[in-house]
Design a protein around this ligand. Structure first.
Ligand code: NAP
Ligand code: SF4
Length: 675
């Protein structure tokens, strides 16, 4: 008897059957733009082999004006169709099904030719859209139909029509962006005419035996967004127009409420999808922050949806479903919802991959193959770099010993997991423990190794990490001064008024830790919703609480400082930095840039501003916490090199600047793959 009876149950769509209830949601990986169609095909084929029932591609533009950016991929030519056929054939050969997402960005299209219902510029794009006239709207519908027809020709099992997240079709639905007075605007029946017409005509064009998923915005999270009654009205009309499945979209891109970041509670929006259950006859999919088979099973067992969509979890582990099927969910690499290597890459114009799994989107390049000659390998340091190197080397058949002077594995991940909203790191460390055991890595913990302990190994990998940078501030030996490790690792008591020196990732984390007390909001959905101002779209339009966010009072009064004169938090993740900044602002954290640290004494932290050391100020605090960055811990590597020993230095021990777990894990896996 499987532990996941609902998740693994087939779903009969009439003309075809899905083998389980798992959809791989659409992700823009950037692979199509490489034009390496073998690479694109392998990305999807590996996931088809991993057992997922149905995959949705990244968004394909139906026309030039609807592309997310100028030149965005679409099925425009016969050559495009032939290229996509390589992908669909490979997926089918591997037992999978795949639908192509048609994404018309409307006013979110990052180009001067963008179009929408009305000329209302979006706050996240500099380009005001052109208002479409009747002919223009007809052209857009025709382009959706052409894209659907071409998708079928290219061998896709279906299409997903993107109607949520504030994209083109969504823009017609709400008065926030639709100011029209013709038959495409005004009352709700008129505003929903376009998405319904698109689905109706696409269905007409391809016949009954082709999957049409409509991604519906269940909760807009913007002012004047849809009500639940309107969502139901639309869903029923979309069903009548011929959609096969309704997928859930949560929040517009311009919403100021996090919807998929790691600080969002797991399955935070399943209740919104559940509200639609029983009101339509076609299957309904839920999504957002579902990242384990257990969470997915619970969501289905509770009747929140007929299927679950997970996207990023399939970057972290392509074999998610197969591992759940064989009862080894503990070996599934967890998506920690950090966005660091997926969405941040997409928005940075880079190919997506995954912090936890650097092979994601590099399936044809980064190969983990059995070693021709098994070697003995010592890895020193059980942080993310060392653990990944040890695990990968052992997977290849090497005999690996992993040393750490600490009594537990995890390194800096154990520090990160203390921060409220970063609870997913606990699961990541647990996964490493499982995999190191599984791969037969010998653990030598609580042991500080020296160069002489390493002489008998064929290969030595040094992953000794970092040491905190000494900022050399006058008075820093005052008892009120603590390091971030004192706070996050050693849990030293911290007073009610705190100055945090350094506003990098760790400074922000420490500030977040200090302003919270008690249960993390990521573990308490009602409190998280109240904090961010999310409510039921049945009672409040768009699901926004009137009066907005209602954050709990901060546990401490915190001042966050940096020497640079620019805004704090500029170097944080592209897609998550705003959340960290907003979360601290909601806790009244004072953020101060352009300072000089003059000294610390009994009165507190003395600062001045700018090169002129002007406006001296004393910040009266109980504690000062130093988060001034880190330096590589290369002491062991230096001794080995002096002795002429050959060793590989990775992670923070290699380069500490801008170190994060993404680079550490990537380097660890790649070093081990080449041993
Ligand atoms: P960091 O990002 O390099 O930030 C160091 C901070 O210390 C900066 O604000 C810097 O600002 C300040 N600083 C540098 N030298 C100083 C000195 N001599 N005296 C006083 N202040 C000094 O380092 P981190 O915060 O330790 O983070 C380490 C890495 O972990 C980062 O690369 C980060 O990406 C990663 N991390 C990421 C996250 C995340 O959420 N993604 C969270 C935690 C850590 P000024 O020079 O302007 O003063
Ligand atoms: Fe998940 Fe982070 Fe990997 Fe993206 S990079 S798939 S969010 S673990």
């Amino acid at each position: 008897m499987t532990r996941y009876p609902n998740l693994l149950a087939p779903l009969d769509l009439g003309f075809t059957t899905l083998k389980n209830r798992v959809l791989m949601g659409s992700m823009h990986t950037g692979l199509e733009e490489t034009k390496d169609w073998n690479r694109v095909a392998e990305f999807y084929a590996e996931r088809a082999r991993g057992g997922v029932a149905l995959m949705v591609t990244g968004g394909m533009a139906p026309n030039a004006e609807g592309g997310v950016f100028p030149g965005a991929a679409g099925l425009f030519t016969d050559e495009d169709i032939a290229n996509h056929k390589i992908v669909t054939d490979r997926v089918h050969e591997n037992g999978g099904k795949i639908a192509m997402q048609i994404l018309h960005a409307g006013r979110y299209a990052y180009g001067p030719d963008c179009v929408s219902a009305s000329p209302v510029k979006s706050p996240i794009s500099p380009f005001p859209p052109k208002e479409l006239d009747e002919d223009g709207i007809e052209k857009q519908i025709a382009d959706f139909v052409t894209a659907t027809r071409r998708a079928r020709e290219a061998g896709y099992d279906g299409v997903e029509i993107m109607g949520s997240e504030g994209y083109f079709l969504n823009q017609f639905l709400v008065t926030h962006t639709n100011k029209r007075t013709d038959r495409w605007g005004g009352d709700y029946a008129n505003r929903m005419r376009l998405p319904v017409e698109v689905v109706r005509r696409c269905r007409e064009a391809v016949g009954d035996d082709f999957i049409i998923i409509y991604r519906i915005s269940m909760i807009d999270l913007i002012p004047n967004g849809s009500t639940h009654a309107e969502v139901v009205q639309l869903a029923q009309a979309i069903e009548a127009a011929g959609a096969t499945i309704l997928n859930t979209g949560i929040g517009w891109h311009e919403a100021r409420i996090p919807t998929i970041a790691t600080s969002v509670p797991r399955r935070a929006f399943a209740w919104v999808t559940q509200k639609l259950m029983g009101k339509v006859g076609i299957p309904v999919i839920t999504s957002n922050r579902i990242n384990t088979p257990d969470v997915a099973e619970d969501v289905l067992a509770e009747g929140c949806a007929d299927m679950v969509s997970m996207a990023r979890p399939f970057l972290a582990d392509s074999q998610f479903v197969v591992k759940a099927q064989v009862g080894r969910a503990d070996t599934i690499a967890p998506c920690i919802a950090c966005n660091q290597a997926c969405l941040d890459h997409t928005f940075g114009g880079k190919i997506s991959t995954c912090l936890v799994n650097p092979r994601a989107c590099y399936e044809t390049e980064l190969l983990i193959q059995k070693a021709e000659t098994p070697k003995t390998v010592a890895v020193v340091g059980a942080g993310p770099a060392g653990m990944s190197a040890a695990m990968t080397a052992a997977e290849r058949g090497h005999a690996v010993t992993l040393y750490d002077r600490d009594s537990q594995i995890g390194g800096q991940l154990n520090v990160a997991k203390q921060v409220p909203g970063k609870e997913e790191f606990w699961g990541l460390v647990d996964w490493y423990a499982t995999m190191l055991r599984e791969m037969g890595v010998t653990l030598e913990l609580g042991k500080a190794v020296g160069a002489t302990d390493l002489t008998d190994y064929d290969e030595v990998i040094i992953a000794t990490g970092v040491v905190p940078r000494d900022p050399g501030i006058s008075g820093q030996d005052h008892p009120m001064v603590l390091s971030y490790l004192d706070v996050l690792k050693h849990k030293k008591p911290v007073g009610k008024r705190v100055a945090v020196i350094g506003a990098g990732g760790i400074g922000f984390d420490v500030a977040e830790f200090l302003v919270h007390e008690g249960e993390s909001l990521a573990e308490n959905l009602p409190d998280w919703m109240a904090e961010w101002g999310v409510s039921d779209p049945e009672t409040h339009r768009g699901g926004l609480t009137p009066g907005g966010a209602a954050p709990e009072a901060p546990a401490r009064e915190v001042v966050l400082l940096q020497r640079k004169a620019k805004a704090l938090g500029k170097g944080l993740g592209k897609t998550t930095g705003w959340i960290h900044r907003m979360a601290l602002r909601m806790k009244n954290v004072r953020m101060v840039g352009g300072v000089n640290y003059e000294r610390v004494d009994d009165d507190g932290l003395h600062i001045s501003y700018g090169e002129a050391r002007a406006n001296p100020e004393v910040i009266a605090v109980d504690n000062v916490v130093i988060c001034a960055g880190q330096l590589p811990d290369r002491s062991l590597a230096d001794v080995l090199k002096e002795r002429g020993a050959n060793c590989h230095v990775i992670g923070g021990a290699d380069v500490a600047a801008e170190l994060d777990a993404k680079r550490a894990i990537n380097q660890g896996v790649r070093v081990a793959a080449a041993l």
